[in-house]
Design a protein around this ligand. Structure first.
Ligand code: IPE
Ligand code: IPE
Ligand code: MG
Length: 247
């Protein structure tokens, strides 16, 4: 912690810092292919970069970081690749459960846990429980996450409440909908960063991203992403003029 604090002081300051940064960690497969390696090698390096960038955002003073680790659509990939990603996640969780004690990060998982392996579900619960009281940066890991799935579940939940007489249809507001999402109580992402050249959301935070600023970094694949690239995205964000429909 102290080390990162010291480093942060030495770093350039930004005029405006996003409260919530969401990252689409993309390009692992292409990175590996370029090197003649199996796609899973890209995920291994990508997982290391994820650790570095999360710590960097914390040092910078970002309040919320959300990373896209696995989408509801990623099950379409070959089973070996899905397995490799799940194994990396398992390793991260085991390692983090030791490290979390020293850190001040609150960890939350966004997505449908039901189809995940039982031991991963247990690790997720343990990670959330053991960090729930931390008051530092909040790290959201979007895992088996899909924006449409999230909205569908929210609508179903609200419909059940209406049916039970706990909620009136006239009381359904934008705020009430937000409260039924995985990100309930959190600020919407201000900045969405996607390396690798794809200019799309891929079903990521579709409700929450309504007024986010997008920074697409075309010349970089996630396993090559550095703290300097993160700073470049933060600097670009600071230059944006956000109007939210006003003047
Ligand atoms: C992102 O990298 C990681 C996950 C989706 C899990 P990709 O695996 O999508 O890499 P590309 O886009 O095929 O290069
Ligand atoms: C989005 O990347 C999901 C994650 C980064 C976890 P994809 O690589 O799955 O997205 P598409 O298929 O290019 O839209
Ligand atoms: Mg991809």
């Amino acid at each position: 912690m102290a080390l990162f604090k010291k480093k942060a002081e030495e770093m350039p300051q930004f005029d405006v810092l996003p409260a919530h940064v969401a990252i689409i960690m993309d390009g692992n497969g292409r990175w590996a292919k370029k090197r003649g390696l199996p796609r899973t090698a890209g995920h291994v390096t990508g997982a290391k970069v994820f650790r570095t960038i999360v710590k960097h955002c914390e040092a910078r003073g970002v309040g919320y970081v959300t990373v896209y680790a696995f989408s509801t659509e990623n099950w379409k990939r070959p089973p070996e690749e899905v397995q490799a990603i799940m194994n990396l996640l398992r390793d991260y969780l085991k390692e983090s459960l030791r490290d979390f004690k020293k850190e001040n990060i609150r960890v939350r998982f966004l997505g449908d846990r039901a189809p995940l392996a039982e031991d991963i579900r247990d690790l997720i619960e343990e990670a959330e429980k053991s960090t729930a009281d931390k008051d530092g940066m909040c790290l959201n890991i979007a895992l088996n996450y899909g924006g449409r799935h999230e909205l569908t579940a929210a609508m179903r939940e609200m419909a059940k409440k209406v049916q039970a007489g706990e909620l009136s249809p006239d009381d359904i507001t934008e705020e009430i909908i937000s409260q039924h999402l995985y990100t309930a109580g959190q600020p919407d992402p201000d900045l969405i960063v996607r390396p690798s050249g794809e200019h799309r959301l891929s079903n990521y935070l579709i409700w929450q991203a309504a007024y986010a600023e997008y920074v697409f970094m075309d010349d970089i694949l996630w396993p090559d992403f550095t703290t300097a690239d993160m700073d470049a995205a933060l600097a670009e964000y600071a230059r944006r003029n956000r109007r939210f429909g006003g003047v």
